[in-house]
Design a protein around this ligand. Structure first.
Ligand SMILES: [Zn+2]
Length: 211
């Protein structure tokens, strides 16, 4: 049984690899066209390897499309008696805005109140990355993280706050460097119970917000 599974996994990896190579070749080709549309000479030395390099970067920056919660959390769920709020602060992330394909980046803060199930702290960064490495808008990213934690742990409540800087705003001059956009998603007790929400927000304000 175990041997069969191994063989199957290897097949899947090989198929996945072929698909990845096809995708890479297509993105490289499109990037060459993009360079030409920009008025560049795609054949000049500095740009010769850019399409392939860029395609490989895209592969990494959008790897979240090819991940799911089960893979990312890898069974790191535990039973726990505690029903005290857990807060994981300052999870650094970078993502791409779906309106301009330009980066936005910042920090995510996640809080939850367990109801018998908890998860390894490091998994919050992996969950954040899984959603961040897709084309996004900050509001949806925030909501997706909250919904994922809710679905995974069925806790009493979840709160997610994201502070980010959008290069599409900064580079086009719409916003000044350093301007932060804050989004929140509150579920369960974090949405319904004002004291819970306040406790969470106070914990964040103590240090990381308002810099
Ligand atoms: Zn944008």
């Amino acid at each position: 049984m175990e041997i069969d599974e191994t063989v199957q996994n290897e097949d899947e990896v090989a198929v996945g690899g072929a698909v990845a190579l096809q995708r890479q070749a297509r993105i490289a080709e499109l990037t060459r066209e993009l360079l030409e549309a920009l008025g560049e000479d795609a054949q000049r030395e500095g740009l010769l390897k850019t399409p392939l390099r860029s395609a490989k970067a895209w592969e990494k920056l959008t790897e979240g499309y090819r991940l799911d919660l089960t893979q990312v959390t890898n069974g790191a769920l535990f039973e726990s008696e505690s029903s005290q709020m857990v807060i994981v602060r300052d999870i650094e992330f970078s993502s791409l805005c779906e309106h301009h394909l330009l980066p936005f980046f910042g920090r995510a803060h996640i809080g939850y109140i367990p109801d018998r199930k908890i998860i390894g702290i490091s998994k919050f960064a992996r969950i954040t990355d899984m959603f961040a490495r897709r084309l996004q808008v900050q509001e949806r990213l925030t909501g997706q993280i909250a919904t994922a934690v809710m679905g995974l742990l069925a806790p009493k409540g979840v709160g997610v706050v994201i502070e980010a800087q959008h290069m599409c705003m900064v580079m086009r001059g719409v916003e000044k460097q350093g301007a932060m956009t804050t989004t929140m998603s509150m579920l369960g007790d974090f949405r319904d119970d004002q004291r819970t929400r306040q406790e969470f927000m106070d914990a964040l304000t103590m240090r990381s917000l308002g810099r």
